[in-house]
Each structure stands twice: as structure tokens, then as C-alpha cells.
Design a protein around this ligand. Structure first.
Ligand SMILES: [Zn+2]
Length: 207
């Protein structure tokens, strides 16, 4: 396998001393039964699980945002772009929600604009998602021929100098997805595992 560096960005901050800092849009959601999810905590759990597997596999990575204090989008991009001369790609982990009162469901991937390698990475991630969660929705737009959505609106996707994708791993405000997938170890491990399977394929098929 080629030596490819995986740049992992975990969206938003975490909890410190019982306080959650939802700067830059990090959300939390409490369901009527009391189930509460903090997006930043969820993102860090998924990223940590991915990192554990990459370590075992000997795949090099950089965790761009290991701190529990939130970091600005510019800081995230600056940290990623230090590696622009290496063979690398950028993976940002997030969870979805709303906008209220509409409750969505499923998995979404966004890519940097017009970068064909980002599209190919997103396609592989989508395929691995479907293998792991065949009954869950891959929210995609096939009309333009690629699996993913290009979004000019995500700063980290616009400003990073390497292929970049952002995954939105189910909907915090969807009670079933939150309770059964996002807030269970089993569900989180499945999310970790399909990302890892995708990363392995990206490295062997695209580099
Ligand atoms: Zn987010």
C-alpha cells in the first residue's frame, strides 16, 4: 500500500468539566426520554476509534484537532495545509441535525468542489456505508453522476489544499438514529468500521 497520510478533523469541541462549548455550530440535542447527544463528543469518539484502527494497521494519520476546546475553522485548515506537499487527504467527522422541525435521516458526504479525487473518496465511503448499513439512507444526489454532494459552503472543504471530504454520520435529532446508533457502542463501532474500510480502499485504489 502507498504511504498516504490521513488528516482527521473532528468537528467542534468537547465537554470540559460538564460544560459543552458549541462554538462554530457544534450542537447538542435532548430527546423527550432524556437521551442527550453532544455532537463534538460523538465526533471525537468516532475519530478516536478510527485512529485506533489506523494505528493497528500502520496507516499514518494526524489528528488535527485533539483538543477538547473548540478550534476555529481557519486553525483546522492551517493545520491541514502544513501537509499539503505530502500524499494525503482530509477527513472531517460530523453529525447531522435539522433544520427543525424537519427531521432527516441517514448519512451524507460532502466534498471539495471540482476535485475528482475527493469525489472518488466520497464514492468509496458511500459504498462502505451501504455495506455496513444496507437499510439506512445514503443521502446523495445521483443526478450529476457522482455519489456525493459538492458543497461550497463548508469552509474546511473550500480552503484545504488536498482532497477533502466531510461525513455527516446520522441525525442527532432523529430519535431512532440517535438512540439506537449514535448513542450505542455497537452503532458507533459500525460507523468507525466503515470509515476504516473506506480509508483502506482509498489508499489502495486511489493512490
Ligand atoms: Zn458539525
Amino acid at each position: 500500500m502507498a504511504r498516504v497520510l490521513v488528516l482527521i478533523d473532528t468537528g467542534h469541541g468537547g465537554q470540559i468539566d460538564g460544560k459543552y462549548d458549541p462554538r462554530a455550530g457544534g450542537r447538542k440535542f435532548t430527546h423527550p426520554d432524556g437521551t442527550t447527544i453532544f455532537e463534538g463528543e460523538f465526533n471525537k469518539y468516532i475519530a478516536t476509534g478510527i485512529i485506533f484502527e489506523l494505528t493497528k494497521l500502520g496507516i499514518p494519520y494526524v489528528h488535527l484537532t485533539p483538543e477538547y476546546e473548540d478550534r476555529t475553522l481557519q486553525t483546522r485548515v492551517d493545520r491541514a495545509n502544513k501537509y499539503r506537499r505530502k500524499k494525503c487527504f482530509f477527513l472531517s467527522i460530523h453529525a447531522n441535525a435539522g433544520p427543525a422541525p424537519n427531521v432527516g435521516n441517514g448519512f451524507e458526504i460532502f466534498t471539495s468542489r471540482g476535485n475528482t479525487k475527493s469525489d472518488k473518496i466520497a464514492t468509496i465511503i458511500g459504498e462502505e456505508f451501504k455495506k455496513m448499513f444496507p437499510n439506512k439512507r445514503l443521502r446523495t444526489d445521483f443526478t450529476d453522476g457522482d455519489l456525493d454532494k459538492e458543497s461550497p459552503n463548508f469552509f474546511v472543504l473550500r480552503k484545504t489544499a488536498m482532497p477533502a471530504v466531510l461525513t455527516e454520520n446520522f441525525f442527532m435529532d432523529n430519535f431512532q438514529e440517535c438512540k439506537n446508533i449514535m448513542m450505542t457502542r455497537e452503532g458507533r463501532n459500525k460507523i468507525i468500521d466503515f470509515h476504516v474500510e473506506a480509508i483502506k480502499r482509498v489508499i489502495s485504489e486511489l493512490y
